[in-house]
Design a protein. Structure first.
Ligand SMILES: Nc1nc2c(c(=O)[nH]1)N(C=O)[C@@H](CNc1ccc(C(=O)N[C@@H](CCC(=O)O)C(=O)O)cc1)CN2
Ligand SMILES: Nc1ncnc2c1ncn2[C@@H]1O[C@H](COP(=O)(O)OP(=O)(O)OP(=O)(O)O)[C@@H](O)[C@H]1O
Length: 215
């Protein structure tokens, strides 16, 4: 007798599980290829001349001032800029000065959820798995608000990021769910990112031309 055929396991043909969701592997492969190509052109397109970049960043900070009501003790996850992302460090300083806690994402391990650690202007910094500057120490904290850098965004508030799947993995686990605000320069628009079951929708999108979408 063939013991393999005696196994009680359900047969599983042709599906992948991503974050617990069944996904057709051909679709996943096509979407990954599409996203890789879009990422490359969107990142290239955001290489703005420095005056334009400064004006766009100031506009984003004005927008954040309008839509995020800072309160003593709240936790706001920002990010340390890489690859031409908007540099929100002046806003991080404002958040800190308002008595809220600024958190930064830390990749502890590839293909695993992020950890958020408290940052202050005098934090000792180290580099994470992706060589991004992160607070060297501190306990993991749960964010009330997450500012997520956009590579791309679509009208349904789905985010295209740097391609690690880190925010999706992390945000799916945090309870209660934080308010997720995507920020980017005005050239981030895509007709669709072809959302997949693991993609977590954002609550707000803020672009440097003043666009503010909410749902
Ligand atoms: N400033 C900032 N910090 C952040 C993030 C971010 O997007 N911005 N992250 C948000 O997640 C995490 C880091 N995410 C990263 C995700 C992918 C790659 C990366 O280099 N990926 C490969 C392959 C990409 C692809 O498949 O297209 C590469 O670019 O070579 C780097 C960092 C945590 N910290
Ligand atoms: N919740 C999850 N659990 C397991 N794997 C996941 C999860 N979310 C995403 N992934 C994996 O990560 C890969 C990249 O995802 P995606 O294209 O959505 O990244 P991204 O949102 O652009 O990246 P990032 O959040 O790091 O900026 C996917 O192909 C998928 O395999």
């Amino acid at each position: 007798m063939d013991s393999e055929n005696e196994s009680g396991d359900a047969p599983c043909f042709g599906h992948l599980l991503v974050g617990g969701h069944p996904v057709d592997p051909d679709t996943a492969r096509d979407v990954a290829r599409f996203r890789r190509a879009e990422r490359a052109s969107l990142v290239a397109a955001r290489a703005l001349p420095s005056v334009e970049r400064e004006m766009a960043t100031d506009a984003l900070i004005d927008g954040l001032d309008r839509i995020v009501a800072l309160a003593q003790g709240m936790t706001v996850a920002a990010y340390w800029p890489i690859r031409g992302e908007p540099d929100l460090r002046p806003w991080m300083r404002k958040v800190y000065d308002a008595g809220a806690h600024v958190l930064l994402p830390v990749v502890i391990e590839e293909q695993a959820p992020l950890e958020f650690r408290t940052w202050s202007p005098d934090s000792r910094m180290a580099r994470d798995v992706w060589n991004i500057l992160v607070p060297a120490d501190g306990a993991p904290r749960r964010p009330d608000v997450v500012i997520a850098p956009l590579v791309g965004v679509d009208k349904d508030l789905y985010r295209l990021g740097n391609g690690g799947g880190y925010y999706d993995r992390t945000l799916a686990l945090i309870a209660p769910k934080p308010r997720i605000i995507g920020v980017g320069f005005s050239g981030c628009w895509l007709p669709t990112i072809f959302p997949m079951p693991w993609d977590v929708r954002m609550d707000d999108v803020l672009l440097s031309d003043g666009t503010h979408l909410t749902r």
